[in-house]
Ligand binder design. Structure first.
Ligand code: NAD
Length: 360
């Protein structure tokens, strides 16, 4: 076994249907908060009724633009808030994290999608066309309330994409820079739980049992991602979301089998751990079959990338540090991955190639 460092952000997790309504006020009080800023979308404002709210910021926008953060921080300062409660998807959580990064206010997070951001120290904002990300202990929510009942209203297409976003956290956790035996364990279980639950949720979106499985999978996925970090897949997704405004979760869904197919020859664990958890013999087929079963988008063209954007996308991806990828990756490889994803065509079989360091 390789030597490893495993750092996990210490958050308090409360999990179960109905927990948000039952214990949100208690959990906020537990932190000693008396002046709460609620960060949410108009859909979820009612949950805050039991809280000592001094202000509500419901101007959450996808990809967390810096102007939105400026506005939200101004509200927090004006209201003299002593805590942030965010209720919503990754965009609401991301806005709360960006506020915490500037103000050090503690966060209580109530996620309503499967993004997993609520358990990671990763923050991300967009400045014009550029996505900026970083890691800071300041942005890790102190408490997370996972309430599957709040996810029942998530539309089927958003559910599918968001769950595949969680799946991407798990798959990439096997070769991201901080990958270790514990993240392998958590991520493999995340893949299994998500792959088991997702088709059932698509068939019965109002079923609490399926939603509970999916939200648990999302928690595992976020936890694995938190410790393992970002690799090639997430770096490409950040470029596509930041520079071309592609929808976050759908971009992950389309790109995942392409990057997995590229890295599979250099990452044996994708075949020995992930593929079996998907019920398949190789990870690419497993992901492609799952995506087809849930009717997920197949190409970047389908979700808004134009053919003319390809060269700029490749250039921006190559500006990132890709040196920690297990397979050498340069212009030809990025072009192959992005061209395939743009058209929705996977490579037939990817030949094994030299790996960096010890194969995982
Ligand atoms: P999102 O938060 O933008 O939500 C997608 C859509 O679903 C929105 O229209 C939202 O209003 C709606 N929605 C949310 N919950 C709902 C519910 N229960 N019922 C009905 N509609 C609901 O998207 P997302 O995919 O959850 O998050 C994407 C963002 O999260 C991106 O900015 C991404 O970078 C970030 N993210 C960050 C991390 C991290 O670790 N920092 C991890 C994953 C994602």
């Amino acid at each position: 076994m390789r030597p490893f460092t495993y750092e996990t952000p210490a958050a308090r997790i409360v999990f179960g249907p109905g927990c948000a309504e039952r214990v949100l006020a208690e959990e906020v009080e537990r932190l000693g908060a008396r002046r709460v800023l609620v960060v949410t979308t108009p859909r979820h404002t009612s949950l805050a009724a039991s809280l000592p709210v001094v202000a509500t910021f419901d101007g959450v926008r996808p990809h967390v633009p810096e102007e939105t953060v400026d506005d939200a921080v101004a509200v927090a300062t004006w209201a003299d808030a002593d805590a942030v409660v965010c209720v919503g998807g990754g965009s609401a959580t991301g806005t709360a994290k960006a506020i915490a990064l500037r103000t050090a206010l503690p966060i209580v997070a109530v996620p309503t999608t499967y993004a997993g951001s609520e358990v990671t120290p990763v923050w991300g904002t967009t400045d014009g066309a550029r996505k900026i990300t970083g890691r800071s202990p300041l942005v890790v929510p102190k408490t997370v309330l996972y309430d599957p009942a709040l996810t029942l209203t998530l539309p089927a297409t958003t559910t599918a994409a968001s769950a595949m976003n969680a799946m991407a956290h798990c798959v990439e956790a096997f070769y991201a820079p901080g990958a270790n035996p514990i993240t392998d364990l958590v991520a493999a279980e995340g893949v299994r739980v998500i792959a088991d639950a997702l088709p059932g949720v698509m068939a019965d979106p109002a079923g609490v049992t399926g939603r509970t499985g999916l939200l648990y999978g999302a928690y595992l996925a976020g936890s694995a991602f938190a410790a393992a970090g970002s690799g090639l897949h997430h770096k490409i997704c950040h470029v596509l979301g930041g520079a071309f405004g592609l929808p976050h979760a759908e971009t992950h869904t389309v790109l995942l089998p392409h990057v997995a197919a590229f890295n599979e020859p250099a990452v044996p664990a994708l075949r020995t751990r992930v593929a079996p958890a998907l019920g398949d013999v190789n990870v690419t087929d497993g992901l492609t079959r799952l995506a087809a079963r849930i009717g997920a988008p197949k190409s970047l063209a389908q979700i808004g990338l134009a053919k003319d954007d390809l060269d700029m996308a490749i250039k921006l991806v190559l500006e990132k540090d890709l040196s920690d990828n297990p397979r050498d990756v340069g212009e030809p490889e990025v072009r192959r991955i992005l061209t395939g994803a743009l058209r929705g065509r996977l490579p037939a079989a990817t030949a094994p190639s030299p790996t960096r360091g010890e194969p995982r």
